[in-house]
Design a protein around this ligand. Sequence first.
Ligand code: NCD
Length: 331
Amino acid sequence: MTELTLKPLFNFDEMTLPPRVGNGFTGKDILSVDQFDREKLKYIFARAHEMRELVQRVGSCELLRGNVVTCLFYEPSTRTSSSFIAATDRLGGRVIPITQGVQFSSVSKGETLADTIRTVEQYSDVIVLRHPEVGSAQVAADYSDIPVINAGDGAGEHPTQALLDLFTIREEMGRIDGLKIAMVGDLRYGRTVHSLTRLLTQYDVSLRFVSPEILRLPLNIMNTVIDAGLDVRETHDVADVIENADVLYVTRVQKERFVDLAQYEEVKNHYVITPELMQRAKEKMVVMHPLPRVGEIHYTLDDDPRAAYFRQVKNGMFIRMALLAAVLGKA
Ligand code: NCD
């Protein structure tokens, strides 16, 4: 007969984790860009710089050792999900990836968002959520005792994308105040546009919104811009903005948000940024895109030094490293 021994498996006194520190973000949800004032933005950007240096010099660290991040994605994603996974990896944490389509999770059996959230919070320290409904991140946060990071709630917000967009503008142009920023494409349903525009109201910038009539920026966001006193104009034509823009922020028409697909067909190929068009743009300016692109930016533009969209992708990892460290009280 085998003997069952109860000698302790672990010597907890010999194990240490980095201490948890209060930093204004510790334990908090990240649901909207409205949570960020300029001081907080400065903090996150400074941390993102450190993260870039860490990755360049040594690749990774152990800051999040012992932490588990659940990535729960109810909508397709390439960059947002993989950058959160890479960010966690590089900080020495672990990920539960429910990102291959929730068809493989119990959501396909009819489980509610609330129950899924209350389940994954038992295993993890942070939940990164993408969901098709506006307000879903807030709902998840209401049910969760651990921080929820909004990775896109329908046509609502995409705060972590806006942070990386703003960080990219600063990195590429050296400043934000004083710039002329043009947003092009689906301003109605594009959540990245909504979040970035709201963030930019904290700066002294000129905004130009370029879209087909049916894809204009929602009125409530336009009112926020006007109330902030920014110089703002709307147009249907990229030609009106190309010569003066310091930043051209191009977006995909969000097919999945259209109720009437015939309407999508009407506007889908409305704008294409080509090398010919770029000949009229300033020499020092940047073209950005949250990606995926489906024809809005011609591939022949990729070699143009002003094409910043893949550098923008990389910045996303640094920003998400900074955010994870911040909410977990490690920075
Ligand atoms: C965006 C999104 O999901 O809102 N993608 C991203 O996260 N980089 C933009 C888009 O899908 O068009």
